[in-house]
Design a protein around this ligand. Sequence first.
Ligand SMILES: [Ca+2]
Ligand SMILES: [Ca+2]
Ligand SMILES: [Ca+2]
Length: 307
Amino acid sequence: MKKKWFVLAVTLIFMLSLSSTVFAAPKTSHNDKIANKDSMETQQTEEIEEEIEEEIAEEDFLLSAPAIAARILEYNDVKPRYGTGKEGGNFIADVAAHMGPKTLFSEVDNKEDLEAYWDAVLLFLNEHLMIPKTLVMPDYSPVCEAPVLINGGFEAPVVAGGWSTYPTGTLNMGWTVEWMDTYAEAATLELQRSSAVGLEPFEGSQYAELDSYHSTKIYQDINTCPERKYSLSFAYYPRTADSEIEVWWNGAKLGTFDDSNAEWTTQPYSDLSATTTSTRLEFREIGTSDGLGMFLDDVTIGFDEAS
Ligand SMILES: [Ca+2]
Ligand SMILES: [Ca+2]
Ligand SMILES: [Ca+2]
C-alpha cells in the first residue's frame, strides 16, 4: 500500500515537472522576448534622447542665466523689477550679478546639463528673499530648437542662365510661392544671377524677384517656441519705382518697403514673438503686377538672445 502511494507520488511529481517543462517553458521564453524587446526599446529611447540632448546642448548652450531667469519670471507672472528707489532692484540684474551676465553659471559643474543649469537658476531665484512667491519651473521644455529657414539666400536651385522661375515644391527651394492675384498658371518664384540685369547679389550668387510674371508672395512656416523671441533680417532692392513689399510674421504685418533706397538695404527686426510651434514668415509684392518687382536676398532668422 505504501509502495503504491509512493509510486503515485513519484508519478505525480514527474507529471508536474513535465507539465512545468512543457507548458512553462514557452511562457518563460515569451517573457524573455518581451524583456528583450523592452530592453531594446529602452535602449533605442535612450539613444534618441541622447541625440536630442546633444543637439539641444549645441543649439542652446550659450543661453545666459539672466535670459533663463527672465523666462522663469515671465512664466510665473512675476515682474523682474522690485521695490523703489534705493530699496529697489531687478531680479534679472541680480541673477546677472551673481551668476554672470553672459556666461553660464560657474557653480554648475556639468554646463552641458541644461536641466541642471535651469534648476540652478530657479534655485537661486527662489532663495532670493525678495521674490514674492515660490517660482515653479516652466512646463515648457527649457530648451528650444533653433529656427530653421531654408534657402534664405535664394541660392537654390542654381539658375543655369541669368534668370529662371520655379514653382512651389522645387527641390531645395524651401519657399511656397503664390500669386498675389488669381491666375490660371501655377505661381512661380523668379531667381536671378548678376548676368540678369547687371546687379550683384547682396549675398552669394543669386537673389529672388517677387514679381516673376505676376506679383508673388512667398512664405515658410518656421519651427518656433512660444516662450522665445526671434530676430529677422533681409536685404531688398527695388527694381523699379513701383516695387513695394510687405513683410508678415505670425499673421501680423511687420512693415512695408518701397523704392526709397535704390540700393541693397538690410532690414533687421528683433524681439519677434511666437505664439505656437510654427510661425509663418511671408513676403508679399504689392506693386503693380508687371513682371518687375522687389529683389530679395539674405533672409536670416535666429534667436533674439538680447530680448
Ligand atoms: Ca543670395
Ligand atoms: Ca520678373
Ligand atoms: Ca511689379
